[in-house]
Design a protein around this ligand. Sequence first.
Ligand SMILES: *Cc1c(COP(=O)(O)O)cnc(C)c1O
Length: 323
Amino acid sequence: MGPTITLDGATLRANVATFAALGAPVAAVVKSDGYGWGARRLARELDGVVESYVVADDEELAALRPATNKPIRLLADAPPGRLEAVLALRGIPNVSSRESLAEASAVAARRDGLTVRIGIVDATGWSAISPRDAAEFAAAVAGTGLRVELWTHVTSAPRSPAILSDFAAAREAFVAAGVPLAGIDVASTASASAATAYDRLRIGAGLFGARLGNELALRCALRVTAPVVRVLAPGEQAWAGYGERAIATHETCVVLRCGYGDGFPKGLAGRGNILAVGMQYTTRVITDGSSPCLFIGADDDVDALAAQAGISPHELVVGLARS
Ligand SMILES: *Cc1c(COP(=O)(O)O)cnc(C)c1O
């Protein structure tokens, strides 16, 4: 029998409440199939407490729609010719090129208006326009019948002030051009605060308890427990596995059926009471008071665990979803 790796729904919902207390509702970011855990499964847990969802593209929209009636926002533009399909699934489309703008404008003219999302990010990897092009793009949007949800993404903490001031300038350009703004969202887990809340917070990793440096009191929604396959008496063995650390003669160790093949980070070998992490088995020292079977639970700090393992909190969340 392998480890039990689960998500705690009540903790997911409590984390949503912690973000919402900053002053805006939460749009749950469930791209990459819900950070590996299943977008529909997350929707089953979260539908009562989130305002909307954010997915990567039209395929993820189609996969998620059967599980929710809430708004679903798209990060990427609809592929050419696919805008009507996105709208039929009640997706809120993104527009970041002149081609998508032309298609959206045509639909807006037919339909008596349309709400689209336009992102302002000076970084590759997002379907957004550069702050330099904002005024020109705003002029092209004006008068098309499009209403705009303006967004940006704080891609790094040190660049946060620059990104937010670029965004403020772009917003002024859209207002000056007379484009009706339907809403604003700028913050993800790392940048969520009362000052960045605006109309909604786009939260992904934070749902699982990752803080990404934020000081919010989130709880870890990940649970990992593993069955004991062997208890080693003190002195019975000298090495834990592949030589990560010697076992002291007075230490009692257990071998558990959980390893990096299950998504448990190999980098945790040699940290705390974990001596060795193999593909399927982990050796740990029994310490007083803690259950030898519990690896990750409500009291863990996702950021600290990831740091110990030498990976990012996002990788920890996605890696454990593998099982
Ligand atoms: C992935 C993503 C998010 C969510 O980020 P987390 O750090 O997981 O909260 C928010 N906004 C955009 C644009 C994203 O791509």
